[in-house]
Design a protein around this ligand. Sequence first.
Ligand code: AMP
Ligand code: MG
Length: 476
Amino acid sequence: MNNPILALTFEPALESLGSAFYSRVVAAEFPQHWLRFRNDAVLAQLGLAANRVTDHHLIEALGQFQGRDTLLALCYHGYQFGIYNPRLGDGRGFLYGQVRGVDGELYDLGTKGSGSTPYSRGADGRLTLKGGVREVLASEALHHLGVCTSRCLSLIETGERLWRGDEPSPTRSSVMVRVSRSHIRFGTFERLCFLQRPDLIQVLLDHVIEIYYPGLLAVEDATERYGLFYAELVRRTAVLVGQWMSVGFCHAVLNTDNMSITGESFDYGPYAFMPTYDPQFTAAYFDEMGRYRFGNQPGICRWNLEMLQRPLAMLILEADMQASLAEFDAIYAQAYVQRMLQKLGLDPLLTPETGKLVQQTLAMLEKTQMGYHDFFAELRQQFSPLWQVDVGHILSESLFLAQSGGVPALESWRQLYYHHLQGLRESDLQVVAERLRQHNPLTVLLRSEIEAVWEPIATEDDWQPFYELLKRLQNP
Ligand code: AMP
Ligand code: MG
C-alpha cells in the first residue's frame, strides 16, 4: 500500500466497545473530487511528512474512503435548544478511524458530509461547500488563537448540487475530515441513560478515562475516580469557555451533542466572531430566544454539565458532582480574566485591581461599541513607552477616537489604563508590548471576512483570497 494515510496504524478503540455504540455505514460515492484544503500541520501531527502525501492520496483516503471497511456512525442523543432529542447520531458523518499522533495521544478522524446514515432523519447526509469552508476557517482561527479545538485535515469539493434553506440553492457540496481528540459527546452518555443501560455507561466512562484522562487511572477506588473525572471535565469545559469568550467567539449551537467529553471545542456551523462587545450577540438566525447568545455561553455550558449528571449519577454521587459543578463559575472567571489581562498587555495575575480593570474595559467596549478586535489591535499597534509618561498618548492614533472626537467612557478608560501603567518599571514595558503582540490578532474571522473570500469562490471559483485569509489566520 503506497498511500501513507491508508498505511497508518488504525486502532479500533471505539469499535472494540461493541455495536451498541455505533452502526456500520458505507460512504457516499461522489461524482467529483477536488481537493480544496489540506492541513499539512495536522498531517505532521499524525506522523505524516507532507511531502510524502500527495493530493491524490488525500482524495483516495478522505474523499473516496478506499481501503477502510469499518466506517462507524456513532450513536448519541442530546438536548437541542433545551429539549431532549432521542433521534440524533452521526447523520452525515462517520468515524473514519483512530490513530496515534506523534505526541502519543489517540486522535479521531471523523467525516462531515460523507453520506446518509441510519441517523440522517431523511436529510441528505451532505455538507455544503460553504459550510466546509466556514469550518476550516473557524478551526484554524481558533487553534491559532490558543483555543483547544478540533482541526480540519481535508476539505474536498464533491461536485453535487445541494438544496438548502439558508444558502442560495442549488449550492456546491463537499466532504470534510476533522481530527479531534474524541467524537464522544455529552449526548453519547445521555443516550445510554435514556436506554437505561448503566452497564454501558460504565463501559463508556472507563473507556473515556483510560484514553482521555489517563492520569486518573492511578486512583484505585472507582467511585472516587469517576468523581474526579467529572471534576476535571468541569474544569476543562470552564477553561474552554474562557478561551471562547476572550477571543469573542460565539459557537452558536451549544447543544449537548456538540459538547465533547474531552473538553475540546468542535462542530462549527453558524458560529460568529462578535464584531463589538455585546453579551446579547446571537450568531444563529434560528436561535430566536438567544439561548446561545455570546454572554450566555458560560451559563449554558454549566447547564450542559448539569444535564450530564443524570447519566453519570448511576456511577457518581450526585452531591460530589454538585460540589464539582459549583466550582465552574470561579474556574471560568479565572481563565477568562487571565486571558483578558494578557490582551491588555498585563500580568495574568488576578488582583482586585486588575479584575476591576477588566470589568471597566468590558463596560467601556459595550458602551462605546467600538470594534472589539479593533480596540485590542490598536492597543497592540500603538503601544509605546510614552503611554506611561502622558495619558494623552494612550490610543491617541485610534481611528475610533478620531471619528468620535472623544467619548467619556473611553476617556475614563484611558485614565484607568494610565494609572495601571504607573505601577510598572520601564523594563516591564517591553513585556507589555510583547503580550499585546501575542494575544491580539491583526486578522479576525469576522463574517465580513468570510463573505469576502466566499464571494470569489462562488462567482469565479477563485480560491486565492481563501488561502490568503487562512495564512493570515495561521499567523495572528
Ligand atoms: P449539527 O447541528 O451539525 O450539530 O447536527 C445536528 C444533527 O443533525 C446531527 O445528528 C447531524 O448528523 C444531523 N444533520 C445535520 N445536517 C444533516 C444533513 N444534511 N443530513 C443528515 N443529517 C444531518
Ligand atoms: Mg453536531
